[in-house]
Design a binder for this molecule. Sequence first.
Ligand code: GDP
Ligand code: ZN
Length: 303
Amino acid sequence: SAPANAANEGRIIAAHGRHYTVELADGSLRKCFPRGKKAGAAVGDRVRITPQGQDEGAIDAILPRRNLLYRSDEMRSKQFASNVDQLLIVVAVQPTFSDDLTGRALAGAWSAGIAPLIILNKTDLVDALPAARARLAPIAALGVDIVELSALEPEKVHTVLAPRLAGRTNLLLGQSGMGKSTLLNALIPDALAATREHSTALDMGKHTTTSTRLYHLPAPGGDLIDSPGFQAFGLQHLTREDIIRGFPEFTLPIESCRFYNCTHRHEPGCGVVAALQAGKIDPARYALYQRILEENLAGQQRY
Ligand code: GDP
Ligand code: ZN
């Protein structure tokens, strides 16, 4: 394998099924294939490669990851993004967003040690705005930041959102219809053009679909990973401890659970159940915890 050499280290910025686009430190792009039959890489991975020819290379090693995320597709869970600092959950004033999906997105982020940021889009639909805010109140009560904007006003997107993305790798999530594509275009006006350009440059051909892509944001900077259709994490691989980390409001109540291995469901002397009964934990959040745990125990997932 290649000697450790910073010039041969880079980051995966796009996944194309069998191969990946790696951006090296000097900004050059290479079409890289994993060596042998190693487990798949993910967009956001920092890798060491051996350059081959003009613009290809072999991925020798994936450098240690801060986190590795799975998305849920048709009952399957597949890894797709890594080294993420912040999850952007796009919800809209209209149509109504799913509380279940939002809760799962938060749980997935927290369990992976990622800070969530809710983006409430379409604030121009002023009549429906108060109802949307009310539906987000339980989430705001957990201490999650909520940024309100309209993706149809790029200047304002730049003012209120761009500074919060700087210096981080952000991952974009949203149910269809919430305005994720419109927001992506407001943040990176040439996003689609850039994708086309680098596909052509590396001769990937028109039949190559880019499922997941990391974009560099214009000043003040930061990176943004977009995975078309991504609206739910795969939570199947999580341990019970991971799932509980997805519910930070349980942390304090858990300290008074009688049993160290309490699952916070039917055990006597459970601090979480006590907090629930005392009205200190949102019943909808607790019900979501139970659903995720049961799906996990059954080794299956609904999304
Ligand atoms: P996606 O499915 O999440 O990618 O959603 P799109 O970006 O395709 O947006 C869905 C629809 O909502 C489109 O008709 C957009 O024009 C519209 N839309 C997006 N952002 C806004 C907004 O801020 N205000 C309003 N009124 N409509 C928006
Ligand atoms: Zn308990």
